[in-house]
Write a protein that binds this ligand. Structure first.
Ligand code: GRF
Length: 221
């Protein structure tokens, strides 16, 4: 079965690029049916157009409040009947009531080892804290910002002299792999949200899956 995906992105769209490549190469049985953004000039929209994918740009300024914007956005996404919504650099907090019917069918990629560093400037905060490990997480989206159950993570060591920019650059290709592998598991029906728990192959995960050095998801060592 081909998994129909809607991608929400506000910026550069490199994670979207990884998804487009995964679809094109048939590495993962997906069809990106829509790329939506709250930013008309998002590079992600241009990437989608170049790949021949339908796009939707909605400006939040045209709505009286957050709930109105989110309701319209999600209604238009629902028109495309996606099986999964992927938030990839979508820089907005979502209205809980609008999100509710999508819980379990929406995932987000976040550049930290959640629950550490929800929100912004994650690389800077990891360096400032003197962490030895940093990474990225893919989690189910819930109303709590970057707070939903974590499906899988990838770890990288911090290096002497790392800056937020060097750390981000080293992590980004691994983020892409992590997202693609999570989508692959989702497409194969291997991961799901049950209550507050992530279930993998029918069993609740005691800890997030980990992307290993050969790019496969498995239990943490
Ligand atoms: C990524 O670092 C992602 O983890 C975070 O926002 C960034 C989006 O990058 N949520 P891109 O737009 O996919 O290049």
């Amino acid at each position: 079965m081909t998994l129909r995906i809607a991608v929400l992105a506000s910026g550069r769209g490199s994670n979207l690029g990884a998804l487009i490549e995964a679809e094109r190469s048939r590495h993962v049985p997906i069809e990106i049916v829509l790329v939506a953004s709250d930013k008309t000039h998002a590079q992600a929209l241009r990437r989608a157009e170049e790949a021949g994918i339908a796009t939707l740009a909605l400006d939040p300024c045209g709505y009286p409040d957050r709930a109105g914007f989110d309701a319209d956005l999600f209604a238009r996404i629902a028109d495309q009947a996606p099986d999964l919504m992927v938030l990839a650099g979508f820089m907005r907090i979502l209205d809980p009531a609008v999100l509710a019917p999508w819980v379990g069918r929406a995932i987000n990629i976040h550049p930290s080892l959640l629950p550490k560093y929800r929100g912004l400037r994650t690389h800077e905060r990891a360096i400032a804290a003197g962490d030895t490990l940093h990474g990225a997480s893919v989690h189910f989206v819930t109303p709590e910002l970057d707070g939903g159950p974590v499906i899988a993570q990838v770890e990288i060591p911090l290096e002497t002299g790392d800056t937020p920019a060097t750390l981000a650059a080293r992590l980004l290709p691994l983020e892409h792999q992590l997202l693609i592998e999570c989508v692959r598991f989702f497409a194969a029906g291997r991961v799901a949200l049950r209550g507050d728990s992530v279930v993998c192959d029918g069993r609740p995960l005691a800890a997030p899956l980990r992307l290993n050095s050969v790019g496969e998801l498995g239990a943490p060592a």
